[in-house]
Design a protein around this ligand. Structure first.
Ligand code: NAD
Length: 256
């Protein structure tokens, strides 16, 4: 076990179950000595996420946050401020679009569906970073999760691709804003992984073998590989890196 994050405090947003990328990141950060708090979305996930956390990281702070609700976002950071005073990092690993917008043609996206995807998947990073920065007087690190569908057109990803493009650019603007405070903001662009969110994209499972065949490493990637990169971005090993999008996708994005 390394101690790269000994004494550091991180909020992990986006654990839904043990397949969540956020959960793999939490395990990696915990094994590296970090103290963690978790936010979960709504009553529906409370017992599942609490059980998961209590089994391996008992005593972690748990807080309910639906990122569309300003009061819950503000309340979560107020609670952390009371408990921790300061924090060292934020892991933002959440996104949402309606299932009906993740199939068919992008041109048919509804106004409501467009705004909802942007609100949850992109604006939430801005909102949470605003609170997080006030708890990072000595600097810190903010990590979010993106996907190639924000850079290229990927079948059925549609409105989520446009939200990821906004997220990617938010990473750059936030990195420029917060750099003077020694807060680094980066994204990991993960290859496809079979999670709850991914299964919302029509024909998602057919992407996995296609990516494995075409990518330089000739395989798919795992949550753990994403988590190891998150550990790198969370730690001082990446102290000179901000505003970056690191692809953890077996090299798929370089292929023509
Ligand atoms: P997941 O379903 O395990 O996690 C998605 C999380 O988003 C859930 O915990 C859910 O509760 C949360 N969420 C949705 N709406 C929310 C809201 N209103 N308020 C608060 N939380 C909300 O799936 P995942 O694949 O681990 O997704 C995590 C991140 O990784 C997402 O940003 C996703 O787009 C990104 N990503 C996933 C893949 C993949 O193939 N799985 C690839 C690249 C990027």
């Amino acid at each position: 076990m390394n101690q790269l994050l000994a004494g550091k405090k991180f909020l992990i947003m986006g654990v839904a179950n043990d397949r969540s990328i956020a959960w793999a990141i939490a395990k990696q950060l915990h094994e590296s000595g970090a103290t963690l708090a978790f936010s979960y979305q709504g009553d529906r996930l409370e017992s599942r996420v609490t059980k998961l956390v209590e089994a391996t990281m008992p005593g972690s702070t748990m807080v309910q946050v639906d990122v569309t609700r300003d009061d819950e976002v503000a309340g979560a950071f107020a609670l952390l401020k009371e408990q921790w005073g300061t924090m060292d990092g934020l892991v933002h690993s959440l996104a949402f679009a309606k299932t009906e917008e993740l199939e068919g043609n992008f041109v048919d996206t509804s106004r409501e569906g467009y705004l909802l995807a942007q609100d949850i998947s992109a604006f939430s990073l801005v909102a949470c970073s605003r609170y997080a920065k006030d708890m990072m007087p000595d600097g810190g690190t903010i990590i979010t999760m993106t996907y190639l569908g924000g850079e290229r057109v990927v079948g059925n990803y549609n409105v989520m691709g446009v939200a990821k493009a906004a997220l990617d650019q938010s990473v750059r603007y936030l990195a420029a804003d917060l750099g003077a405070q020694n807060i680094r903001v980066n994204a990991i662009s993960a290859g496809p992984i079979n999670t709850l969110a991914a299964r919302g994209v029509k024909n998602f499972t057919s992407i996995l073998p296609q990516v494995a065949e075409k990518s330089p490493l000739k395989r798919n990637i795992t949550q753990e590989e994403v988590a190891k990169t998150a550990l790198f971005l969370a730690s001082d090993l990446s102290s000179g890196i901000t505003g970056e999008i690191i692809h953890v996708d077996a090299g798929y994005h370089i292929m023509g």
